[in-house]
Design a protein around this ligand. Structure first.
Ligand code: ADP
Length: 370
């Protein structure tokens, strides 16, 4: 029972037994041949010898005995050597195949227990090597997903803490009689609640965008109209801050297959950012260009600019160049991530460039025509 279950559970033992079976079959064939075929051959040989040497019973008997002894010796030696070879080969193959499999098994247990940094050595370039490589790839992906998950939880907690503690402090002040019960106090609380609401909305958008679940209703869309709509919605805010917005749209811009609401949402995000990060008295330009394949909308500002080290990370969720600066402005670093997902869902591309700090920045949205 225990041998059977051991056999079922141990690949090495199975390999060894498979070699043993081959040896036993080979040995039996050899022994059978020696037993049944060799005497016939020998008899033929003896008859030929008798014809040449005459009838010599002692000599023939001696010859027969020597022949049998030689056959038995050969069978014994070949059996011992084959057995030793079977043991040697099965140990080698077991180490070569079972060893890496056992390492991968142990590593997978560790990964299942949350040790995502675990990797396995790659044993050569055969199928086992390829398996080890895919295992490592899977482990790296899982590790990244886990990092992103922890990052997300940390960021959300961080974002919630500021408005919540502000509301708590204000409420404590009101209860203790330190803060007066007047409109301004409640307006402060209302501002923080709005911030929380906006954050929750942004998070919902982000999670749906990352899951590819933001609905995109494609239709023949005039980019010209989308731009006009976004600009008219921000017109007052630009005027309030005295930032000059100059819009240049190419005449007879071709229509694209897109969701106009989503295009407007992206433009509002980019124009809103341009306004937020551009000081009063400066300018923001929006202009379009198009090729045979795509329409490009450039939004360029004379604002604070972005250092080159931040540019590759700008579309990552919760990424803010200057955390304190954005928080006072209410930004959570989600807008650009959602915009990127939306544009990519249209088969387009969004990019940013900036000559450096204090030198403004340009965001470009490319939407395919076909
Ligand atoms: P936020 O809500 O913080 O603005 P975004 O995802 O829209 O989030 O932007 C991410 C970050 O990119 C911002 O916090 C800011 O640091 C930087 N950024 C975006 N647009 C501009 C811009 N026009 N000029 C300078 N920095 C910008």
């Amino acid at each position: 029972m225990s041998i059977l279950s051991g056999l079922r559970e141990r690949l090495g033992l199975k390999l060894f037994l498979s070699y043993l079976v081959i040896i036993i079959v080979g040995g039996s064939v050899l022994a059978g041949t020696a037993e049944f075929h060799a005497p016939t051959v020998l008899q033929r040989h003896v008859e030929r010898m008798q014809a040449v040497l005459g009838d010599e019973p002692g000599l023939i008997e001696d010859f027969r005995e020597n022949f049998d002894a030689a056959i038995n010796e050969i069978l014994l030696f070949s059996s011992i050597f084959s057995l030793a070879a079977a043991i040697g080969v099965s140990i080698y193959v077991t180490r070569r195949i079972v060893g890496p499999i056992q390492i991968m098994m142990r590593a997978s247990h560790k990964i299942a227990a949350g040790e995502y940094h675990e990797r396995v050595p790659v044993p050569g370039s055969d199928e086992l090597g390829a398996l080890a490589q895919s295992f490592n790839l899977m482990a790296a992906e899982l590790e990244q997903i886990e990092h992103r998950r922890l990052d997300l939880i940390g960021n959300v907690a961080h974002e919630l803490r500021t408005p919540l503690s502000s509301i708590r402090v204000t409420m404590e002040g009101v209860i203790d009689g330190v803060l007066p019960l007047e409109t301004e106090t409640f307006q402060g609380i209302q501002r923080e609640v709005s911030r929380l609401q906006r954050l929750v909305y942004d998070l919902e958008e982000l999670s749906r965008a990352e899951a590819g679940q933001l609905p995109i209703r494609r239709q023949r869309t005039s980019i010209d109209e989308c731009i006009q709509q976004a600009v008219s919605r921000l017109k007052l805010q630009y005027e309030d801050k005295q930032v000059n917005l100059q819009v240049t749209i190419e005449p007879e811009l071709p229509a694209v297959q897109a969701d106009p609401e989503r295009v407007v949402q992206v433009l509002l995000n980019l124009l809103g950012n341009a306004l937020q990060y551009t000081p009063s008295g400066k300018k923001v330009w929006l202009h379009t260009r198009h090729t045979e394949q795509a329409i490009v909308i450039d939004i360029q500002d004379e604002g604070i600019g972005i250092e080159s080290e931040h540019l590759p990370h700008l579309f990552e969720r919760f990424y803010r160049v200057d955390k304190s600066r954005s928080r006072t402005g209410g930004g959570s670093g989600i807008g650009l991530t959602v915009s990127k997902h939306l544009i990519e869902a249209h088969g387009g591309h969004i990019s940013v460039s900036s000559p450096g700090l204090g030198k403004g920045s340009t965001f470009s949205v490319k939407l395919p025509l076909h």
